[in-house]
Design a protein around this ligand. Sequence first.
Ligand SMILES: [Zn+2]
Length: 317
Amino acid sequence: MYQDCKKKGICLLSMLTVLAISVESAWAEGAGNAKSVFDECQRIGNKLGSVSVQQCLKAGMKDTGARSVNGQALLLKEYPPLLKRRQPLGRVLLIGGTHGDEYAATSIVFKWMKILDTYHSGLFHWHVAPLINPDGLLQRHSLRLNAHGIDLNRNMPTPNWHEETSAYWKKTGHDPRRYPGIDPLSEPESQWLYDEIRIFKPHAIVSVHAPYGVLDFDGPPVGPDHLGHLHLKLIGIYPGSLGNFAGVQHRIPVITVELPYAGIMPSRQQTSKMWTDLVHWLRYNIPKQETLAAYPLFEPIHKRMLSEQIPLHEGLN
Ligand SMILES: [Zn+2]
């Protein structure tokens, strides 16, 4: 009897200990996430002239749990469906800061989040990640590439990736600013993007760059003629680019906004006009079934890696 009670006591004690540890680790995890958002907002606010630390914190982004090469958090803000009011017309993924030296491409996404904070009506279900290459931007001399020196917009898994990126790399005269890496999805940032698309299943993707001052479009149906002062001009298809991967291969519309300057923000009026035009285009043109047909073809990354035959890669050494 005594032995039983003792055992029960020990059991109870162990259970309480386990419970305490789980609560503590859950708390630590939550606190860690809040801390990573706080720390990154300090760095973003100190780096970008158009985004203050306060504005970044106020945006209410969450830590996705994914990390850059240097361990910085990839942050995302969700504007969910407001079910009681209306069913969203579709899911839209909006990303900025793929290239770390295109400052305006992150700043403008913060401005658009501010508009969404006020006006999100549930028309679309948004996932917004203003800075998918934090290592590129958040350093003394910001760089286009990630911390491994790889162009994330050449690292997406497009068909015949090895052959085509190799040929492209030669064509650019081995331009280090366009280095695609040794394998598709070799980078944690591009892996995160691939998984985000696979899991969120957006009906359209909007990706912001600079400084070509145009609008590019890949995929169905036909892109917007203009967003604010930016006009549609198809600037070509590159092996390993997001437009090629999602738009051309998977038929998910990708709107690439190329702002006119990397270091100067469009005016407040242009920023808001671009947004209004974007929402208008999405409202009347966002495809449905056609896009969703793509997603069964997406495999989890570890499966992709296992099934991929990686040939000897000439020309990228
Ligand atoms: Zn770019």
